[in-house]
Design a protein around this ligand. Sequence first.
Ligand code: ZN
Length: 289
Amino acid sequence: MNWLTNFIPPKLKALVARKEAPENLWLKCPACEQMLFHRDLDANQQVCNHCGHHLRVRPLQRLPHLFDGGKYEVHTVPKPIVDPLKFRDQKRYIDRLKEAQSQAGPGGDGIVVASGQMEGQPAVVAIFDFGFMGGSMGMAVGEGVVTAARIAVQKKAPLILFSASGGARMQEGILSLMQMPRTTIAVREVKEAGLPYIVVLTDPTTGGVTASLAMLGDIHIAEPGSLIGFSGQRVTQAAIRETPPPDFQRAEFQYKHGMVDLVVHRHELRKTLARITAILMKRPAAEAA
Ligand SMILES: [Zn+2]
């Protein structure tokens, strides 16, 4: 403490502090450690323009790039009972939910359901939000998948799932685990209607989501570098008592071992999805595609 800190009134100090460069303008790429300007990153769909690393995106950032002319309709997902177990760890579950909702926007809970046209092909998408409590699959997420599946059947459109999840939402206990069979049945309804179900595995897809709906696609696409697996590397290492290879459980590793059909750059996703749905729906592909 010197005479200056004692002397300068707090308001004046705040004014001085504000002149510093705001930290949120820049982000360090987790792969190449280059500094990335947020605006450039937004324009590049959150792909590092130095090394091509795919950073995680939230559903609302992804949606405009998926549909023609950035036009799509977001569907409301019916609300399940909130916090039926009155769960509490260090914090109350209901408070955690409120906190996550204040960041995700009103009504959001781990998944966004939307529909629109991809290169002229109608499609329904359900996008997991990893930013919302680790994309954990609780009742609301299950409800989202069921809603998306029903809309797909109604519209006679393919269902495309973008997975990103740490697994079950432990704060909902058994009710969370029940979403595994529930979403599996929803997906089956789409298949029984003769419609394609395509999964885009994004970083990270693990746990109960891998063990259910994320591995049931007719086609599995993965974004480059995504972590795709059931248990994490440490658990697997302890179980098999061997050191896994460095690219273990990454998209490219899963592609090499037949778990994934295609690894597709984020910029190419819309075209690839449109081409695949056109083939599977036996529709003529858009001329431009
Ligand atoms: Zn990078």
